[in-house]
Design a protein around this ligand. Sequence first.
Ligand code: C2E
Ligand code: MG
Ligand code: MG
Ligand code: MG
Length: 291
Amino acid sequence: SAKTHGRNRFNYFTPAMQSDAQKRMELVQELKNAIIQQQFELYYQPIVNLTNEKVIKAEALIRWKHPTMGFIPPADFIPIAEETGMIIEIGHWVFNQAVKQSARWTEMFNADIQISINKSPVQFKDETIDVQDWLSQITEHHVNPSRICIEITEDLLLDKEQNVEAKLMAYRDAGLEVSLDDFGTGYSSLSYLRKFNIDYLKIDKSFVNSLMPDSNDLSLCEAIIVMAHKLGMKVIAEGIETEQQRALLEFAGCDYGQGYWFSHALCHEEFEQKYLQQRAEPIQINQFTGR
Ligand code: C2E
Ligand code: MG
Ligand code: MG
Ligand code: MG
């Protein structure tokens, strides 16, 4: 019995843990529903030139609007989607949505804006919906491949089994760009930056949060920027919330920035209203416009 063998052994599942497990199971079920009922929306956060604040990219960020639970942030469901494999289907939806948006922005606004799409390491494990499928969607929607960027994280570069190098190469050969997201928070070593061809380093917002003149975080940002530039990469700072942070990063030579100081992520209508100018006459067939 529980008594004779000691509490810890048999009371392993405490009420708190049961409710956590139950909550999780409910969320998994809700997530399955969300895919079927299309409860997701893609939002877009501008990434700007730090000097003139011209918008050069938009990061696509998923939003889940649950009919009764309200807004559920990605941090609360992306990890579960990854663990259950549902991220494959969700990621496919995100990519399709972003590619259609890119086509629309060229068609309606003649916009020269790249859309940056987060791709989780789990998505690289999928063999059925993979690089070729995504590339054919780009072709199908007549999107210039240089208008699409894939955001990956450092842990992916450590994965020896997924043939990551070849997959990233396939994207870049097709003309897409690659960003290394949340740089500085993972466990990868600098030697990976040599091995993989990466176009942009995104300095994680944890370094930007606490930026002050003469701070260690500023020294760190400066060092990252110098290194990235020497290796032929551009640098994007995430999580800029103040004018001081913007100015310090600009002075440090950082190329681009993203954060609430410039704008939150916006629904596509609001993004278009704020940052894109309607063409006098929308063209019907979208063509490769080049740059
Ligand atoms: P991330 O890719 O690093 O995206 C940047 C996150 O920082 C976004 O959070 C954005 O809203 C937030 N952010 C932007 N500016 C600021 C700022 O000035 N201050 C602060 N505190 N935060 C700022 P969000 O949208 O909640 O997304 C969180 C994470 O969820 C993303 O981090 C990404 O890892 C993941 N995620 C979001 N959308 C997708 C998606 O479509 N697919 C995948 N696989 N992951 C996604
Ligand atoms: Mg990202
Ligand atoms: Mg990030
Ligand atoms: Mg992040």
